[in-house]
Design a binder for this molecule. Structure first.
Ligand SMILES: [Ca+2]
Ligand SMILES: [Ca+2]
Length: 220
């Protein structure tokens, strides 16, 4: 058996049970008539999704997503030109709150850390600054960040290295920054699951061992 084929089989077998490289999930919040096609997860009238798919359409990680608290509804804009990495159908619609709504991700992998990249935008002349806070799960940096949502065309915020709780959850609250802003928004979310470094090193060590073994057999 050729070495390349052996390595391919090894890699395939390993990926079935232990994903090594980051998995990325995309979520579009907004209206049911402006959903994002492909491997996007669309949150419209429903307030929860089960087993969301990653960018390759795979849902075996089984991550669930649910809104709680003051979920105001969905709306959309059409007059801005956006510069994010997300499709227009994700950028221009949103779910809003006039109080505090909480987005909870469940069934996360406790051996991984998560990065959450958020975008929100609303066409308005008012102050609609939104405060995002990690309320469940831990991270080394500040647990909250503000986003100036009014007419936002490309500014995003990112929480990096968020560790799920013992119950395998991360929660994010979304609320108006203060009494002057009155409204809070979320338009799109990118979730990146990053395996612990030890898994990667174990894989490299295992692959190296197999390669050396096959080379020796080939030369024998
Ligand atoms: Ca949408
Ligand atoms: Ca959206």
């Amino acid at each position: 058996m050729k070495i390349s084929l052996c390595m391919s089989l090894l890699t395939c077998a390993f990926f079935q049970t232990c994903p090594l490289w980051a998995s990325v999930y995309y979520v579009d919040f907004g209206r049911s008539n402006i959903t994002t096609p492909g491997n996007w997860n669309n949150v419209t009238s429903a307030t929860s999704l089960t087993d969301i798919v990653d960018e390759n359409g795979v849902n075996t990680a089984g991550i669930d997503l649910a809104f709680g608290g003051n979920v105001g509804g969905s709306n959309n804009d059409s007059s801005l030109t956006y510069t994010t990495d997300f499709p227009d159908t994700a950028n221009r619609d949103f779910i809003y709150t006039t109080g505090t709504m909480t987005l909870t991700l469940s069934d996360l992998n406790p051996s991984q850390t998560y990065s959450l990249k958020l975008f929100a935008s609303r066409v308005t002349g008012d102050n609609r600054t939104t405060l995002f806070t990690i309320t469940n799960g831990t991270l080394n940096a500040s647990s909250n960040q503000s986003l100036f949502v009014s007419n936002n065309t490309g500014t995003t915020i990112t929480f990096t290295d968020v560790v799920p709780t013992a119950g395998n959850q991360i929660s994010l609250s979304i609320a108006p920054q203060d009494a002057a802003s009155n409204w809070g928004y979320i338009s799109a979310l990118e979730i990146t699951a990053i395996p612990e470094p030890r898994s990667f090193l174990l894989f490299i060590a295992g692959a190296g061992f197999v390669l050396i073994h096959l080379k020796r057999k080939r030369c024998a």
